[in-house]
Design a protein around this ligand. Structure first.
Ligand code: FAD
Ligand code: NAG
Ligand code: NAG
Ligand code: NAG
Ligand code: NAG
Ligand code: NAG
Ligand code: NAG
Ligand code: NAG
Ligand code: NAG
Ligand code: NAG
Ligand code: NAG
Length: 621
């Protein structure tokens, strides 16, 4: 293998272009998608073909066996890693944990840098910009947290061992083929936001999509069943980036509320709720085409007419499961104005505990009207001390409502609050475009806590159609907060719009009026056994009350409890069986493993601390 640096990519460029793909998606590939691995270019690799050759969709894994792990005899040799690095034109990065500078046992030890990382640890940007770091270290394995004790231990833990900093499709194909042919674990990491550690994995080769930043707007895009404005997004584009582009060109995109979430990665693949969802549905519903590298290493265009089964599965069936998406094309909408409102009320001198809860209950009764008006509201209810509570509207995002339309919408609730003696001072502002409304309405997320876990539920509209059931729903939520667990919730809906192609997004989303999240927490000195006890209590007793009042509903996989009982039903509902069959068809060897992903029940990670994290060998049961 006497490949000169850059030589392989030059060969690939010379054979670039996939006319079939262009035609199927009716939109040109990004330049980076034209750089592909082909059989012809592979043939030029000579002996390296065994490392990088394409695969087939057969089930080669045996039960009880594990993915090859560092230290195993079969682990790729230094020469093989060097060959991979050469093939991807030097884009292979050996993982150094983000907080390694805090530890004297690492060559990167640097107390100044450690202080900087410690100060910024809860800022999502530093994790997104790192090839391996993730925003929920608990599910990585807490193997290298920022610390002031430089002699404590920092290990790779659940972080991937190497990552390819991809800037073209060929690099993704080479990494996919290398991982599959070596039988090692593969992980795709975009931003690292995933709540359940899906973007980490011990002993894995990572594919880091963060730098695929292209954005292209089509004024009049044409697909099988759509004609109109659309945007093509590279896999690494983040929410703030597409919204800024949309403001400049005068369109509205359906993306998340979080500032740095990856729009075209795990977010859209898991369904994706948005401040625009009550009006337009889920982010996954908007997708008209995807470019994807499959488990056999081949690069395909997926649309309603090209690989229609994957078109259904990728749009909602979960990130890191069916393939690696390199771009999506989504419907977008004309510019739209929004009123953003924030306010709060609390127990206090004039507001008793019962009055406070009556105010919250009054709000609950307006959920159908507010969601049906196309609005999205993010609110928190929390205990602030002994028998004291606070409600925060954070914010009410009244899409397509002027100030006076917003005030008319909430007037009945405000009147009820006034009648109860609850004073509020709403701060409401109208913005003529999504970006400005979103930017002022939603705070930058605080991430990377290692002392908490979350869980959630998609409460269905039917709970509002029966007064007794609504009482029970309210009582379940109240009892959660009273027990000291916060409620962070969205009043929204996410119906599939008329004429849109159906997809695999959780059917529970179609019914919901309330996506409610709660969490449990502990301290840095809590033992692993006590953490597990707390997690189990939260999963079973606290969230159990939510499930009891919505037994046929589900929960949103991307903002969920990693221990969700019967996750197949909760996260996928009636789609699970078909998704499982497609997983068997497209990835029977489980190259794309994700905790709580489709087919994951047949695998386990042998974690070192007894917690459900990615710090251990991945083995077939
Ligand atoms: C602060 C915060 C705010 C959030 N806000 C919202 C919100 O408003 N609405 C909402 O619906 N969700 C929201 N989420 C949840 C979010 O959708 C998930 O965390 C999602 O997994 C993030 O996707 P990502 O690609 O950015 O993250 P990653 O953690 O990098 O990836 C998540 C999963 O997707 C896979 N993946 C990533 N890229 C690709 C790709 N190109 N091809 C195939 N698989 C891929 C990964 O392997 C992993 O399994 C939020 C999360 C956080 C922490
Ligand atoms: C698929 O690949 C495996 C492993 O490379 C090989 O043993 C098998 O023969 C292939 N099957 C087919 C049908 O090509
Ligand atoms: C793959 O093979 C293993 C071992 O024979 C078996 O347990 C498993 O069910 C198969 N999985 C699929 C998806 O076919
Ligand atoms: C620092 O960590 C080391 C190794 O775990 C431990 O022995 C020592 O007690 C710790 N020091 C402090 C001040 O916590
Ligand atoms: C990753 O690759 C991009 C080019 O696509 C480059 O700008 C960036 O510096 C690289 N990042 C790292 C951490 O190597
Ligand atoms: C979009 O293109 C179609 C044909 O491709 C055309 O019929 C239609 O008028 C165009 N619409 C706009 C708004 O340009
Ligand atoms: C309590 O109610 C009284 C009478 O309505 C009012 O004057 C007072 O300002 C209220 N106090 C608070 C803290 O809202
Ligand atoms: C916005 O509201 C107006 C009524 O004020 C309505 O006519 C229009 O259809 C709405 N737009 C969307 C996109 O729903
Ligand atoms: C609650 O609202 C008051 C105005 O009514 C405001 O001064 C205060 O900052 C708000 N508190 C929070 C926590 O937002
Ligand atoms: C009201 O909200 C706007 C936008 O977020 C903010 O700039 C302003 O400071 C707020 N005003 C008050 C009185 O809180
Ligand atoms: C709901 O609860 C309220 C107050 O707790 C009670 O007055 C009402 O009768 C209940 N409604 C039903 C249908 O159970």
């Amino acid at each position: 293998m006497a490949l000169l640096k850059g030589a392989l990519l030059a060969v690939l460029l010379a054979t670039a272009g996939d006319a079939a793909s262009c035609k199927a998606s009716a939109a040109p590939l990004f330049e980076y998608e034209k750089v592909q691995l082909t059989e012809q270019t592979l043939a030029k690799l000579g002996r390296a073909q065994s490392l990088f050759g394409f695969g087939n969709m057969t089930n080669t894994t045996q039960s009880g066996t594990c993915k090859v792990f560092p230290g195993d005899r079969q682990w790729p040799s230094q020469a093989s890693w060097a060959a991979l690095n050469k093939a991807v034109d030097g884009a292979l990065i050996e993982t150094v944990p983000l907080a390694a500078s805090c530890y004297s046992s690492w060559p990167q030890y640097d107390s100044e840098l450690c202080k900087e990382i410690t100060d910024k640890w809860t800022d999502s940007h530093i994790h997104a910009a790192d090839p391996a770091s993730v925003m929920w270290p608990l599910f990585e394995g807490r193997s290298c947290l920022p610390t002031t004790n430089s002699s404590s231990s920092c290990s790779l833990g659940g972080y991937s061992v190497y990552s390819v900093n991809v800037s073209n499709v060929a690099q993704i194909q080479l990494a996919v083929n290398f991982a599959r042919n070596s039988n090692i674990r593969l992980v795709t990491k975009n931003t690292g936001h995933d709540f359940n550690g899906k973007s980490s994995g011990a002993g894995a080769l990572g594919i880091w999509t963060h730098n695929l930043k292209n954005v292209e707007y089509f004024e009049n895009y044409s697909a099988a069943d759509y004609q109109g404005p659309a945007v093509k997004l590279g896999a690494g584009v983040q929410a703030a980036e597409v919204y800024a582009h949309a403001k400049k060109l005068g369109y509205t995109a359906v993306g998340g509320e979080g500032k740095t979430v990856g729009v075209a990665g795990g977010y859209v693949l898991g369904g994706g709720h948005s401040p625009m969802s009550s009006l337009f549905g889920l982010a996954a519903d908007q997708v008209l085409a995807l470019e994807v590298v499959l488990s056999n290493g081949h690069f395909v265009t997926v649309t309603k007419t090209s690989h229609p089964d994957l078109f259904w599965a990728l749009r909602g069936g979960g990130g890191g499961t069916f393939g690696i998406v390199t771009s999506i094309i989504s419907r977008v909408y004309p510019k739209i104005g929004t009123t953003v409102s924030t306010f709060n009320f609390s127990t206090g001198k004039n507001v008793s505990t019962e009055t406070f809860w009556a105010g919250v209950k009054a709000y609950l009764s307006h959920f159908p009207a507010h969601a049906d008006a196309g609005t999205y509201a993010y609110f928190w209810v929390m205990a602030t001390g002994e028998d004291s509570y606070t409600f925060l509207m954070n914010p009410f995002f009244a899409v397509n409502h002027t100030l006076s339309q917003y005030n008319a919408l909430v007037k009945p609730w405000y009147q009820e609050l006034r009648a109860l003696g609850i004073q509020i001072q709403p701060n409401s502002t109208y913005y003529d475009n999504f970006y400005d409304a979103w930017n002022s309405g939603f705070p930058l997320e605080t991430v990377a806590s290692s002392t908490m876990m979350t869980g959630s539920r998609l409460f269905p509209r039917s709970n509002w159609e029966d007064a007794e059931l609504l009482n029970k729903t309210f009582n379940a939520l109240r009892s959660t907060v009273t027990a000291g667990f916060p409620l962070l919730a969205f009043n929204m809906k996410a119906e599939l719009q008329k004429g849109f192609a159906s997809n695999s997004a959780n059917p529970a989303f179609r019914q919901t009026l309330l996506h409610a999240i709660s969490s449990t927490s502990w301290t840095e000195t809590t033992s692993n056994a006590d953490i597990k006890t707390k997690m189990d209590y939260f999963t079973n007793d606290i969230l159990g009350q939510w499930r009891a009042v919505s037994p046929d509903a589900g929960a949103y996989m991307s903002e969920s409890d990693i221990q969700e009982p019967n996750f197949q039903q909760a996260f996928y509902g009636s789609n699970y069986q078909r998704l499982y069959q497609l997983k068997q068809k497209y990835d029977p060897g489980m190259l794309f493993y994700a905790p709580t992903g489709v087919g994951s029940e047949e695998w386990t990670v042998r974690s070192l601390d007894g917690l459900p994290d990615q710090n251990g060998r991945l083995c077939r049961l």
